[in-house]
Ligand binder design. Structure first.
Ligand code: GLN
Length: 484
């Protein structure tokens, strides 16, 4: 049986009904990884032995009627989530041999519900990038066409789910790193409200923006696992003091009479005609499902990219100062003195994009420039958040493309960082405002998938998933998978 063709939800059902065992399911995926991942490079580490131990334990629990809520279902984790006993690299030479002394809350929660970890997925170094070409462990390719990028920074997670080497994967999103790769690989990717998912043990990039989530093959699968990852964590001071939400409750409810906002500023931009057409078709589908379309204005939205490229580098320059060759990971050989140790460790341990961000961030935070750049960016960030607050007074969700186009060719944007940064033009605003966002497949162009994004008001992941599920119950885009 082609177990990987079953949805995650059906895999869980199958395990419950003893149609197959977790060892069979897990071995099936491990074999697919060993047969195919050479082409994609989506995993940094495959934890075969551990996975089979976890799977056996799940099977035992089923046998003894002691099963856990997500028992025996495999998952891949982005290599940004610390896993005790298994190295966590964050895609960097700096942490290439780092074994965390504790596990992230995301890993622990899913482990405690019985999920089986297949391995750790490839990513842009320290989650900085939009193409998965900045990883110390080599680029990841898009299973739809290996000459193209899978998006980033969660490119390994998106690539392995799209190639059906894992039924689902965790990911993180600071400016678009869940939604953009989901869009480029034909998947459903959701970034929840800031604070919904604990950041404890999730290696920090820009702490006020970073948020964990998942890439999946459908909204239904995403809901199941996101629910399992969410909830208050006393170990993360920014974690919201709320229990894990019930994300499957409203999933099947009709969206009749609900309102979708189209931000006019986004639709005024030059869009490739194929993208405009796919988005128009999606809007028509929503209308036929009873949704009302309303124009909204996010008048400060054009400030988003510049704001992000001050705040994210500023916070990263502070977060990454801990990699000094003393406490974590890589240390240069034979340092002459302490200064030489710091300088050479960082020079040799970090890649070019990470250094670029640290330089920009250090500059923006330096005395004399703090007020002009960082403080100003924080103030403008509030303006963007206010625009969303106003818009959500009249609509339930806001719809736009996820990315400016389909996947691009590997190497195509490497010489022009600004071109690369523009990939996130539609996704960054939700991070600045701390709002939940989802990307779902809505078309295809030149054999490559396309996604649309829905952004919801704070804590309304359930509504986003409801809109996504309602679309997916009436269209087939999310069912198309690449031939690998
Ligand atoms: N592509 C964006 C960046 O490079 C977003 C990254 C992310 O969301 N982690 O900063």
């Amino acid at each position: 049986m082609d177990l990987h063709k079953l949805s995650l939800k059906d895999q869980l059902e199958g395990l419950k009904k003893s149609e197959f065992t977790s060892v069979e399911l897990t071995s099936h995926y491990l074999k697919r990884i060993s047969d195919h991942d050479e082409k994609f490079n989506s995993f940094i580490t495959v934890t075969e032995e551990n996975a089979l131990i976890q799977a056996k334990a799940a099977d035992e629990r089923y046998k003894n009627n002691k099963s856990l809520p997500l028992d025996g279902v495999p998952i891949a984790h982005k290599d940004i989530f610390c896993t005790k006993g298994v190295r966590t690299t964050c895609g960097s030479k700096m942490l290439s041999n780092f074994e965390a002394p504790y596990s992230s809350t995301v890993y622990t929660k899913l482990d405690e519900q019985g999920m089986v970890m297949l391995g750790k997925t490839n990513m842009d170094e320290f989650a900085m990038g939009s193409s998965n070409e900045t990883s110390y462990f080599g680029p990841v390719s898009n299973p739809w066409d290996t000459e193209y990028v899978p998006g980033g920074s969660s490119g390994g997670s998106a690539s392995c789910v799209s190639a059906e080497l894992a039924p689902i994967a965790t990911a993180t999103d600071t400016g678009g790193s869940i939604r953009q790769p989901a869009s480029l690989c034909g998947l459903t990717g959701i970034k929840p409200t800031y604070g919904r998912v604990s950041r404890y043990g999730m290696i920090a990039f820009a702490s006020s923006l970073d948020q964990g989530g998942v890439v999946a093959r459908s909204a239904e699968d995403a809901a199941l696992i996101l629910e399992g990852m969410s909830g208050h964590d006393p170990k993360d001071s920014t974690s919201l003091k709320l229990p894990s939400p019930d994300l499957t409750k409203n999933l099947k409810n009709s969206i009749q009479g609900m309102k979708i906002g189209l931000p006019k500023e986004f639709f005024e931009k030059d869009m490739p005609s194929y993208l405009e057409q796919s988005i128009q078709e999606a809007i028509e589908t929503y209308k036929s499902l009873g949704a009302e379309i309303v124009e909204v204005s996010l008048k400060n939205i054009n400030l988003s990219l510049p704001i992000y490229y001050i705040i994210a580098p500023a916070e990263c320059s502070a977060n990454l100062s801990r990699y000094d060759g003393v406490r974590y990971g890589y240390r240069c050989e034979d340092p002459k003195d302490i200064e030489d140790l710091y300088m050479r460790t960082r020079e040799e341990g970090f890649g070019a994009e990470v250094k670029r961000r640290i330089l920009i961030g250090t500059y923006a935070l330096s005395a004399g420039f703090y007020d002009a750049y960082y403080l100003k960016a924080q103030k403008c960030r509030q303006l963007v958040a206010n625009d969303f607050t106003n818009a959500f007074e009249s609509v339930d969700v806001i719809l736009s493309p996820t990315t400016p186009g389909t996947a691009f060719k590997a190497g195509e944007k490497n010489d022009d960082p600004i071109e690369m940064y523009l990939q996130d033009i539609f996704t960054i605003p939700a991070n600045l405002a701390g709002l939940p966002g989802i990307s779902i497949p809505c078309g295809e162009h030149g054999g490559l998938p396309l996604g649309m994004q829905l952004v919801g008001n704070s804590l309304q992941e359930d509504k986003l998933l409801q809109f996504a599920h309602s679309y997916q119950s009436n269209t087939d885009w999310h069912k198309k998978m690449p031939n690998i």
